[in-house]
Design a protein around this ligand. Structure first.
Ligand SMILES: Cc1cc2nc3c(=O)[nH]c(=O)nc-3n(C[C@H](O)[C@H](O)[C@H](O)COP(=O)(O)O)c2cc1C
Length: 207
C-alpha cells in the first residue's frame, strides 16, 4: 500500500463504510508500559507513525506541536534528571523508589514526547484549540503505532508538569508537554477496561 501524501484524499464522498477500520477502533486500547519491550519501530516505521500522527485537525494549519524522541542511552540520561529532581524533592524516599524514577523511560524502547507548541496567530486561533490539536496528535499516534503493529501508551506522570523538566527538555515558556507516548512491542495482551454507556453522556440539545 502507498502511504505517501495523497494529492486528493479519497473516499470522503464514497458511501461505503470501512469495516476494517471500525473493527480496529472497536477493539483498540492502550498497551501498558509495564508490559512492553523491544522491538521498537525502525526508522521507516517511526517516520510513518509521526507523519500519520501529524495528520491531526489543526485550525489554520499552525502545526502547534513538535516531537521529542527518546531512544537508546537518551532514555537513561533523561532518567538521571528525573531521579535527581525526585531525590531533591523527596529526600527520604527509599532507593528503589528513586531507581523507579531513574528507569522510567527505559520501560519502553521508544518514547515520543509530544510538545504542545502554540503559535502566535494574528487571526486568533485560541490557545485552547491549539492544545486540543496537540492532544489529537497524541491520539493519532496511538492509532498509527497500533496499526503498525506496536504497543503504545500515553502517559504524562509528574514530569510532564514540572518546569525544571521543561527546561531540561528545552521547552519555551509557552510550550507544555501534551504527553509522552511510550512505544514498543506488547509482551501481553491488555485486558479490556470499563467503557462508558455513551447514552448516559449524550443528549439532544433543545431550546
Ligand atoms: C492526557 C493523558 C494523560 C495520561 N497520563 C497517565 C499517567 O500519567 N498515568 C497513567 O497511569 N495513565 C495515564 N493516562 C491513561 C493511559 O493513557 C491509559 O493507558 C489509557 O487511558 C487507557 O485507555 P485506552 O485503553 O482506551 O487507550 C493518561 C491518559 C491521557 C489521555
Amino acid at each position: 500500500m502507498n502511504f505517501d501524501q495523497p494529492d486528493k484524499c479519497a473516499q470522503l464522498k464514497a458511501a461505503d463504510a470501512n469495516q476494517d477500520v471500525l473493527k480496529f477502533l472497536s477493539q483498540r486500547r492502550s498497551a501498558l508500559v509495564r508490559a512492553m519491550s523491544d522491538p521498537r519501530p525502525n526508522a521507516e516505521e517511526l517516520e510513518l507513525i509521526l507523519r500519520l500522527a501529524a495528520r491531526a485537525p489543526d485550525h489554520r494549519k499552525l502545526f502547534p506541536w513538535r516531537f521529542l524522541l527518546f531512544e537508546g542511552d537518551a532514555r537513561a540520561a533523561f532518567g538521571e534528571h528525573l531521579a535527581q529532581l525526585f531525590q531533591q524533592d523527596c529526600p527520604n524516599m527509599p532507593q528503589d523508589r528513586i531507581e523507579h524514577e531513574r528507569t522510567r523511560f527505559e520501560r519502553a524502547p521508544l518514547v515520543v514526547g509530544v510538545v504542545s507548541s502554540p503559535k502566535d496567530c494574528p487571526r486568533g486561533t485560541p490557545i485552547w484549540e491549539q492544545e486540543l490539536s496537540a492532544g489529537a496528535v497524541c491520539m493519532n499516534m496511538l492509532l498509527a503505532a497500533r496499526a503498525s503493529g506496536f504497543a503504545a501508551q500515553w502517559l504524562t506522570e509528574w514530569y510532564a508538569f514540572d518546569g525544571r523538566i521543561n527546561d531540561v527538555l528545552g521547552l519555551s515558556s509557552t510550550e507544555r508537554m501534551a504527553g509522552f507516548i511510550y512505544i514498543g512491542t506488547a509482551t501481553e495482551d491488555p485486558t479490556e477496561r470499563p467503557r462508558p454507556d455513551v447514552s448516559n453522556l449524550t443528549q439532544y440539545w433543545r431550546e
